[in-house]
Design a binder for this molecule. Structure first.
Ligand SMILES: *[C@@H]1O[C@H](CO)[C@@H](O)[C@H](O)[C@H]1NC(C)=O
Ligand SMILES: *[C@@H]1O[C@H](CO)[C@@H](O)[C@H](O)[C@H]1NC(C)=O
Ligand SMILES: *[C@@H]1O[C@H](CO)[C@@H](O)[C@H](O)[C@H]1NC(C)=O
Ligand SMILES: *[C@@H]1O[C@H](CO)[C@@H](O)[C@H](O)[C@H]1NC(C)=O
Ligand SMILES: *[C@@H]1O[C@H](CO)[C@@H](O)[C@H](O)[C@H]1NC(C)=O
Length: 425
């Protein structure tokens, strides 16, 4: 391609992106917009909650199953399919839109690739490799082909990639240009999925794995940092963002806590949760409750794809008790919302002042704003605590990460976070 035509192509891409995202002029070139999976639907609070509970339950039971199987399924990622936030990416030359579920719990980036053998329905057009001048199949001998637990050879590398609930993608390992914001990066290995199926994939064209393994975009680009900011659950029309590299918005007020690795779940990012405060009370929980054990069980994963934070049940119960004893309202059945602890607001008031909720990590306190752990359903004047119980690893869900800048620093193995208004950064 000549210099002029590639220049005009670049200009038209920039114009295209500017038309799509007129507010992103002042932003960095390696940043993509995040939209919520429920943004397309017009849902009531109760419906939003029910959908989120279903997604969380699926995801958490998958994590639990995975932890129990640790050892027998060493290379398998956790279940990604019910991820909450979609990144708006462009791939190929000329660029084609790729709406990807972002998943810090798995590694592979893949998209449904036309012509499909068996693809699920997706609302947007599928990726058509034959109209991209930068698409290529990767050879069977390529290093990343070997990184798959299940791979083979049909002229070029073929892969099978399974998630713990037996969702899967199968297809050809290929390389393509990815636009991470305005910034094109060439020869990114990704799955050109010919045969894909899974619960919860349907809003997206595929998955963008952001885990620690060799296949992930983060590893392929040797990134030492990436960051995201999730918009409020209650504002599904708003936009958050994902930054590849260091975000420009660090202001020194971020808290830092150590990230740890679990050889049984090599893709996942773990943090150390030491204790929980409700109101003014440090909840009585044994200090080992959230510890990662030598055998790979326990611990707490920070996850972009789980909605509600799930706490190991022996830690969850005392937290429930603390809220029950400190909230001075009649409790009501929350099963309609799929949540355990709900209260009836007085009929003459819809405002509610919750006791504080603080997660104490190594060296950092996450003092949650009320909207990150209590939700009010205006229709029924019921307010519910957005936490769940689990017997697997505990999970810091994305609801508890909303309105925060969250930075993964892989060089120092630190997680940085601070409160932020995602749509104003
Ligand atoms: C969403 O639903 C509400 C109530 O059913 C309705 O008033 C509103 O017009 C709908 N909005 C859109 C964008 O469909
Ligand atoms: C992909 O693009 C080619 C070239 O424009 C076209 O002939 C083909 O029908 C497209 N494939 C699909 C599945 O749309
Ligand atoms: C190899 O790939 C081609 C093209 O996708 C396909 O038609 C064929 O069935 C594959 N062969 C095997 C053995 O899977
Ligand atoms: C990442 O690092 C590896 C090994 O150090 C190197 O081969 C590769 O070219 C690097 N990739 C990028 C995009 O810098
Ligand atoms: C709401 O009603 C309760 C009981 O009837 C009363 O004690 C309280 O003062 C009222 N609150 C407001 C804001 O009117």
């Amino acid at each position: 391609m000549g210099l002029l035509s590639s220049l005009s192509l670049t200009i038209s891409i920039v114009i295209l992106l500017l038309c799509l995202y007129p507010n992103s002029l002042a932003t960095t070139s390696n940043r993509v917009e995040l939209t919520h999976v429920d943004a397309v639907a017009n849902l009531t609070t109760a419906e939003l909650l029910r959908r989120a509970v279903q997604r969380s339950q699926l995801r958490i039971s998958s994590l639990t199953a995975k932890a129990k199987l640790a050892g027998s399924l060493p290379a398998n990622p956790v279940h990604p399919g019910n991820g909450e936030y979609l990144a708006v990416l462009f791939i190929g030359t000329p660029p084609q839109e790729f709406l990807a579920i972002i998943d810090t719990g798995s590694d592979l980036a893949w998209t449904q690739c036309d012509p499909c053998v068996e693809c699920y329905y997706q609302p947007s057009p599928k990726f058509n490799s034959s109209i991209s001048s930068t698409f290529s199949y990767l050879p069977c001998s390529s290093k990343l082909c070997q990184a798959f637990q299940f791979h083979g050879c049909n002229q070029s590398c073929v892969y099978e990639y399974y998630y713990i609930d037996f969702s899967y993608t199968r297809g050809f390992l290929a390389a393509e240009t990815f636009y991470l914001g305005f910034n094109p990066v060439h020869n990114i290995a990704f799955g050109c999925g010919k045969n894909n199926d899974g619960a919860g994939f349907s809003q997206a064209g595929g998955i963008l794995g952001l885990g620690r393994g060799p296949l992930s975009l983060i590893s392929q680009l040797n990134l030492t940092r990436f960051a995201y900011c999730f918009i409020s659950f209650g504002r599904p029309d708003g936009r958050g963002f994902l930054v590849f590299g260091s975000p420009p918005n660090l202001d020194g007020t971020e808290q830092h806590t150590a990230m740890i690795q679990n050889p049984s779940m090599p893709s996942a990012y773990y943090v150390n949760l030491n204790g929980i405060t409700v109101g003014e009370t440090l909840v009585p929980i044994a200090s080992s409750t959230f510890e990662l054990s030598e055998d790979g069980t326990g611990g707490m994963v920070i996850d972009s794809g789980t909605t509600y934070t799930a706490l190991e049940e022996t830690g969850y119960e005392p937290v429930m008790q603390a809220f029950k004893s400190q909230v001075n309202l009649p409790s009501v059945d929350g099963s309609d919302f799929g949540l355990d602890l709900c209260f009836q607001l007085p009929s003459n008031s819809s405002s509610f002042q919750a006791p504080k909720l603080v997660f104490h990590f190594d060296g950092a306190d996450l003092d949650l704003p009320q909207e990150n752990y209590f939700v009010v359903d205006p229709a029924s004047a019921v307010v519910c605590l957005m936490l769940m119980s689990t017997t697997g690893p505990s999970v810091l869900g994305n609801l508890q990460q909303q309105n925060m800048l969250v930075v993964y620093d892989l060089e120092s193995e630190q997680l940085l976070f601070r409160p932020a208004q995602c749509d104003q950064m």
